[in-house]
Design a protein around this ligand. Sequence first.
Ligand code: AMP
Length: 495
Amino acid sequence: MTFEELGLSQKVLAAVQTSGYTTPTPIQAQAIPPALQGRDILGIAQTGTGKTAAFTLPMLSRLESGRARARVPRTLILEPTRELAAQVEESFAKYGKNHRLNVALLIGGVSFGDQETKIMRGADVLIATPGRLLDFFDRGKLLLTGIEILVIDEADRMLDMGFIPDIERVCKLVPFTRQTLFFSATMPPEITRLTEAFLHNPIRCEVSRAATTAVTIRQILVASRGHADKRETLRNLIRSAENFKNAIIFCNRKRDVAILHRSLVKHGFSAGALHGDMDQLARMASLDAFKNGDVSLIVCSDVAARGLDIPDVSHVFNFDVPTHSEDYVHRIGRTGRAGRSGVALTIVTEDDMKYVDQIQSLIGKAIDWEGPGFDALPPPMETSRPQERRGERGQRRDRGRRPAASEREAPIRRQAAVEREAPVSIGRPRGGRPRLEEESFRSPACAAPTDRRERGERRPRRHEDDGPPVVGLGDHVPSFLLRPVALKPAKVGEE
Ligand code: AMP
């Protein structure tokens, strides 16, 4: 099938041609013709399938007739996150370059003033997150009675984020006769109920079984002893990653995003962060730095990273196993896009195994393990060397690395040994457990001293290296201190 056969307008076809697309993706081929006829669409498709163009292109064609009025937008696209909304705005700029349409973006974290000006001018397309949209509506700055097309994108994410009551409210505020284009990667019961209530005889377009993962993504599980060891495991994985270009690293909690980001920067990695507590400008700046290649790692929470279209991401690292298995599918879908190959590595502790089982049953296959399994992992330092429990700082720094025999004899040499810290090998053919390699390995994400200077980054200070700090003389006791000392008997009242 060609784009010409879909029934799109000449202006849209010209923009598609400029984009370099030659064939519609399956979701586009299925959804565009009925969408152009004004039918409701229920699209079950994950990001990366071309679903944004599946709703943007027919909308553009249909918007060619008619004009927007002040405060009364003609079409409304609801997105769960600000980044996704901004991304859809970019798609309208790209595919709508031959149209003279007013596109307004209503997202939180940005001043009301500019947004209001755009709404006042009359928006042909209003792209919004539910909270800011209803805020505008409740302040009387916006009417939803002119909506001809309503798009609800990433509905399952809206559910996760607690937006369903807002969506229901919006669906009741827009005219009954509007067209609805509804997209979700998965169809949990709450979403099915929503579609039954608000879609009118929709055409169902399903491009792949809900929650399948792309075949272009190589999925790997890596065992780690516990939460405290995961940062070191991650650093090793990044350093030893084959064909590394850049990576998105996912944490389950916003707080951990900030902690992990600081830790990576401290260890000389070129990293940014993206989570919901950052202000919008900082979020945009982080994302741009990653997209432009100014940083090669970005640590994210699920909400911030959902659906981001960064076409060329070589690796995804799950620093935490997601507790909702659908999130796993979305996370790893950030790599292996548009037919490219990608690698998704998930760091797993024994406590995470129940979530791993859920993920494997959702995606319908077992994920390969690499590196030593839980049984083969070296015991944590604090259990093997009780005397090391004295200082939390030293103890924390040394976890995650099996002490060499010589180190047990001479702890003061530990610092140097850490420099040879063994990366877990990845990208190795299956069969036989990969060895821990002793060779040092540099990937582009691990800034070398010169790279660091060029990028204006400071060199990690000695005490920030992986090795434990040696306090005083370490475990070495000079012999003069071991000489018996004759003590005077204490007088009564003295301590
Ligand atoms: P989406 O699923 O909307 O996030 O799109 C994923 C990526 O596919 C985006 O980078 C689009 O630019 C790209 N894309 C969309 N439609 C096509 C197409 N027909 N051919 C090739 N790439 C496409």
